[in-house]
Design a protein around this ligand. Structure first.
Ligand code: ATP
Ligand code: MG
Length: 226
């Protein structure tokens, strides 16, 4: 079953938030697992609040040695497996991308994020060479402004697009609701509109983003079957 890995050695670019958003949207339809492979365990901490829906299992990674087994076991019982990695270039990143049907490299439209996304891509290329196999990956712009994007952000996005790399068609916007799920320890669907702004717009953005990824998997399955 499809495994999605969130990888970027840049801290704070939105890996865990993207993982949790994807997990919450997918779990409304199908059994979904998130493997929390960040030693800081942000998603396990979120789940410990008791807010995780029945269809969403959060698995705390035990060690880099067990990561591949954990991914394989979760794939046997869940329709989607999402792996959230630590914000460093690690052995876990190298291992996890070899199991990924798609590695998402979240990045803000900033120069440090773009540089570190390049580092993630180089790590993927090395694994491709080692295994003589293609490892599919796509960049996802995260924490983007809904209006009035800065000139610098526009320039960086143009630079990234000019590389010809695959980029997820929907950006994850900077939204109060996306930060609030961690702060309040709940799902997007349980947020209180009195405490959080524009919840519906955030859910719509999360659904569009997830839909874009699901469409990619369907295309992959169709072309494999053709
Ligand atoms: N789309 C978003 N809208 C609003 N806030 C966001 C969004 N994405 C991330 N954030 C906030 O940015 C901060 C960093 O996000 P997150 O923890 O997801 O990054 P990360 O890449 O997982 O970081 P690390 O490498 O440290 O694990 C958090 O405070 C999170 O709430
Ligand atoms: Mg994280």
């Amino acid at each position: 079953m499809p495994t999605i890995v969130l990888a970027n050695p840049k801290g704070g670019c939105g890996k865990s938030t993207t993982a949790l958003i994807l997990g919450q949207i997918l779990a409304r339809e199908v059994p979904t697992a998130i493997i929390d492979a960040d030693p800081n365990q942000p998603i396990s901490t979120w789940a410990a609040a008791g807010c995780s829906p029945d269809n969403l299992m959060v698995i705390r990674n035990q060690s880099v040695e067990t990561l591949l087994d954990e991914i394989d076991e979760a794939s046997d019982t869940h329709k989607f497996v999402i792996v959230d990695l630590e914000g460093v270039a690690s052995r876990a990143l190298s291992y996890a991308v070899t199991r990924a049907h798609l590695t998402i490299i979240p990045m803000q439209k900033s120069r440090p994020d773009a540089d570190m996304a390049g580092k993630a891509i180089r790590a993927i290329r090395i694994e491709e060479k080692a295994r003589r196999a293609r490892i599919p990956f796509a960049i996802a712009f995260t924490k983007t402004r809904v209006v009035a994007e800065s000139k610098t952000a526009q320039r960086i996005a143009t630079d990234v697009r000019s590389t010809g790399l695959d980029i997820v068609g929907v950006e994850l916007h900077q939204r109060d609701a996306f930060a609030a799920i961690f702060d309040l320890g709940c799902t997007l669907f349980a947020l209180d509109p009195k405490r959080v702004n524009n919840i519906d717009a955030a859910i719509n953005n999360a659904e569009m983003f997830t839909g874009d990824l699901v469409t990619r998997f369907m295309k992959t399955v169709r072309s494999a079957a053709a």
